[in-house]
Ligand binder design. Sequence first.
Ligand code: CA
Length: 374
Amino acid sequence: MLFRRLSLRLSAGLIGSVLLVVAGCGGSGSSTQEGSGAGTADADAQQVYRWKLITTWPKNLPALGMGPERLADLLRVMSSGRLDIKVYGAGELVGAFEVFDAVAQGTSEMGHGAAYYWRGKIPVAAMFSTVPFGMNAQEMNGWLHYGGGMDLWRELYEPFGLVPFACGNSGVQMAGWFNREINSLADLQGLKMRIPGLGGEVLKRAGGVPVSLPGGEVFTALQTGAIDATEWVGPYNDLALGLYSAARYYYYPGWHEPGPTLEAIVNKKAWDSLPPDLQAMIQAATRMINEDMLSEFTARNNAALRTLVDEHAVELRKLPDDVVARLRELSTQVVAEMAESDPLARRIHDSYTEFALGVRDYHRISEQAYLDAR
Ligand code: CA
């Protein structure tokens, strides 16, 4: 059933992408193929690649966790079973925050998560996930696929033996779940909050205490009072985690995650071992899941929000303007510092910010003007 649905979604546009990818896949896989006799080529076409895909998400979590599941299903169908990928939730093979290292070491061939989880190892990686007050999903996709972002991301992960792909996006998130009201900047002082990425650093500078926790541990930490607040995703995913029963106030807007890109990472040696048609399928399927997840969130967030408010008596609140203004100021500092760690980080920072400023100017008179006008 799922296969049928996914197959039907392979639009003409996506097939166009596949053709482009095949044309651009002149890597080692393709040269091996060219040098092979017909018998070897037949053997390549028969070979089954059985891979493990480890994720940072609880197994089968709606949307975020279903991205890698659908990716594996889609690749199995596209490849007629030649690429057979088994998906593992966080903690089944390795912990959520061990995914990057495990795929780099080849323990698993593939991983799914978010680049900001690796900020402790590669600070600038966070920019490939999301930047506070930065680009939204549509703009991130523009930068990654047509603005040079993807090339820089590959360059950043290359020394770790990893090949990254954009593979999912939630759209603008919610500011999160709070057990205390946020009426002024003073209310952020000492606030112990689960918030990853650059947003966590911004909260720290605003006087809060950012905590890093994988999704599977968020509910318990909030319920037991180990943390005062948490951000997670948005209504659809937050409803699935049951966060409404552990906190009273649900704040917006998601200043810290305006359209986070999720990543699929592939071990470079495993990638190089694939024939070019299977490489092209991974390129196309990750691109499809990148779009598919955003569509699912867009379709389901509103109904989930109504359930939260109407059935679970969640109090929806907007962060005060002065709090947002201060967080924006601090974000500017944090993002500027991204450029300082090394030359590649500077190139990534400069590419991101130049693209973001340009697209923002245009979107003022297009997307934003339209949203204000309708
Ligand atoms: Ca989040």
